[in-house]
Ligand binder design. Structure first.
Ligand SMILES: NC(=O)N[C@@H](CC(=O)O)C(=O)O
Ligand SMILES: [Zn+2]
Ligand SMILES: [Zn+2]
Length: 432
């Protein structure tokens, strides 16, 4: 059946428009966008007066945990959490068990996503076998199996010779390297920002330099090899500066920042609450300001969640024993709207660019648009809808969300993938 989304304010960075428009959807595609589209008998009307209609959000950094860690998350629960957060496409990291370093794991993820998933899932393949940083994975076969990028996320390929060869080898396959930048020797068992947080908590410090050294190295290797580089979860002022300089030199580099690093800082870990334990760690106020500035001036291209769910009992231990990670898919958009948009630091148009248009462009995903002829992947957002984040409402298995108890605005009320409603907020009526 055809669907007609009426009276919404469409936000479309590609055409630079933000105006009240009707959208007609047929066979999963947007067939017409116009000021007023006539209602006909054979059309389901969805009246979204006063709400915003955005292209579905695209997240380049998600841990779905399947296969191997289904007690933390599954493709079924992770994609539902994503749909609730307004995401219609996500890329999943290969640090599963087994690691997604070969075509059979990729095919397994694709198969499970088709069967159990409610949104689009694009698998990322490992750079090295087992993400051990020693031997290059079967990159050609991974590409053939359909990976959209390469990453050993969770770890750095510490051997620069291996990294260089992987980049040289993968460049003809046109696969972007998404790099987790952490000098493991320098971090050692560091777990909070080295400086104020490590001093106040007595927990081992994780210095900014450990991140910056690898960002600098990866930039140099990308320059040497011509590889496309995307820096995962940037958290330091120095890291932002390195990326800014590389871009000025014309290096093919993009970067992401997470909502938690934009909104939280090292002072939050003084509570010893393990929901604030994340890799890289929450940094200083100064770093936080540099991240926001980098996002505003385009040095940082996108916002990605780094949704890293863990089981409740894994996080319910002393800070030093808890695993690193924050589960962020369900709250990313309202967190950004409640903080940065409300404060005037980003416009809603910027947010759509950073969370949909640009991420899709970086990996050439052919999603993230809201125009005639494009697939109907949409999210309807209510900027006035205020709701507290409560554990019982989270659909992700990962309850390790540091925003629990926060009152947020800007919640998705309906998410649609290929014209099909995959999420509807209780209390929102999508019509007949
Ligand atoms: N970010 C995290 O703290 N954890 C991630 C790994 C990663 O993204 O580096 C995880 O897989 O749990
Ligand atoms: Zn990482
Ligand atoms: Zn990650």
């Amino acid at each position: 059946m055809k669907k007609l989304i009426k009276n919404g304010i469409v936000v479309d960075p590609e055409r630079g428009r933000k105006e009240k428009l009707d959208i007609l959807i047929e066979n999963g595609k947007i067939v017409r966008i116009a000021e007023k589209i006539e209602e006909t008998e054979d059309v389901k009307i969805i009246d979204v007066t006063g709400k915003y209609v955005l292209p579905g959000l695209v997240d380049l950094h998600v841990h779905l945990r399947e296969p191997g860690f289904e007690h933390k998350e599954t493709i079924a629960t992770g994609t539902r959490a994503a749909a609730k957060g307004g995401f219609t496409s996500i890329c999943c990291m290969p640090n599963t068990d087994p690691v997604a370093d070969n075509p059979s794991v990729i095919r397994y993820i694709q198969h499970r996503s088709a069967e159990e998933g409610v949104i689009r899932v694009f698998p990322i393949g490992a750079i090295t076998k087992g993400s051990k940083g020693e031997e290059i994975a079967e990159i050609g076969m991974l590409k053939e199996a359909g990976v959209v990028a390469l990453s050993d996320d969770g770890r750095t390929v510490m051997n620069s010779g291996v990294m260089r060869r992987a980049m040289e080898y993968a460049t003809p396959f046109d696969l972007t390297f998404i790099t987790h930048c952490e000098d493991h020797n320098l971090v050692d068992n560091g777990m909070v920002n080295e400086g104020y947080a490590s001093m106040m908590t007595g927990l081992p410090g994780y210095p900014a330099e450990a991140e910056e050294i690898i960002i600098a190295r990866d930039i140099k290797l990308a320059e040497l090899t011509g590889a496309k580089l995307h820096i995962a979860h940037v958290t330091t002022k120095g890291g932002v500066e390195l990326i800014r300089q590389a871009k000025a030199r014309g290096v093919s580099i993009t970067a992401e920042v997470t909502p938690h690093h934009l909104v939280l800082c090292e002072e939050d870990v003084l509570s010893y609450d393990t929901n604030f334990k994340v890799n890289p760690p929450l940094r200083s106020k100064e770093d936080q300001a540099a991240l926001i500035e980098g996002l505003q001036d385009g040095t940082i291209d996108i916002i990605a969640t780094d949704h890293a769910p863990h089981a409740y009992e894994e996080k319910m231990v002393e800070f030093q024993w808890a695993p690193f990670g924050i589960a962020g898919l369900e709250t990313a958009l309202p967190v950004i709207i409640t903080t940065l948009v409300k404060d005037g630091k980003l416009s809603l148009m910027d947010v759509v660019k950073k969370m949909s248009t640009k991420p899709a462009q970086i990996l050439d995903l052919s999603v993230g648009g809201i125009g005639e002829g494009q697939e109907a992947d949409l999210v309807v957002v209510d900027l006035e809808w205020e709701e507290e984040v409560r554990v019982k409402d989270l659909v992700s298995k990962g309850k390790n969300n540091p925003f629990i108890g926060w009152k947020l605005i800007g919640w998705p009320v309906m998410t649609m993938v290929k014209g099909k409603i995959v999420y509807q907020r209780s209390g929102f009526n999508a019509g007949n």
